[in-house]
Design a protein around this ligand. Structure first.
Ligand SMILES: [Zn+2]
Length: 144
């Protein structure tokens, strides 16, 4: 489970990395069997749903993967944000979907590495999740 401060921190990092505001919700995603889901509401708002069941050691990567979708990919507005948890099933992934997933994974890995490198070492020791996210608030695309 995420605290309110963690959710606010994720939202701030998402805004920085994706270049636009993103609404962060902790809820079981609409799509069956996923930990996180990025989508866009009909009014154009970007949304990330994070499952409360994400294991702690996976949380950072899942968060960054979903932010990467909003940074790199265009979503058509939909009403997925209103769908009840676990009511949508994944179709056979298309080649295009696989490419998007791979690119989100690659971006997340790059941010994760950068965040670990730039995190305050003392904070990282105590709270790696917060340490990496706080470091990423200073991530600028020009540094890549
Ligand atoms: Zn994905």
């Amino acid at each position: 489970m995420l605290t309110k401060i963690q959710i606010d921190l994720i939202a701030a990092v998402a805004h920085q990395l994706a270049g636009k505001p993103v609404i962060i919700r902790e809820r079981i995603p609409a799509t069956v069997g996923v930990w996180g889901e990025a989508h866009k509401a009909e009014n154009g708002e970007c949304v990330i749903d994070l499952s409360p069941t994400i294991p702690d050691e996976k949380m950072l990567f899942v968060v960054l993967h979903e932010i990467a979708h909003h940074a790199r990919h265009v979503f058509l507005p939909s009403d997925v944000y209103k769908a009840k948890p676990q009511t949508l099933s994944i179709n056979e992934p298309s080649v295009g979907q696989n490419i998007r997933e791979n690119s989100a994974d690659a971006q997340a890995a790059e941010w994760l590495e950068w965040g670990k490198e730039h995190a305050n070492p003392r904070l990282y020791q105590i709270a790696p999740f917060e340490g990496v996210l706080i470091a990423l608030l200073d991530y600028a695309k020009s540094e890549v």
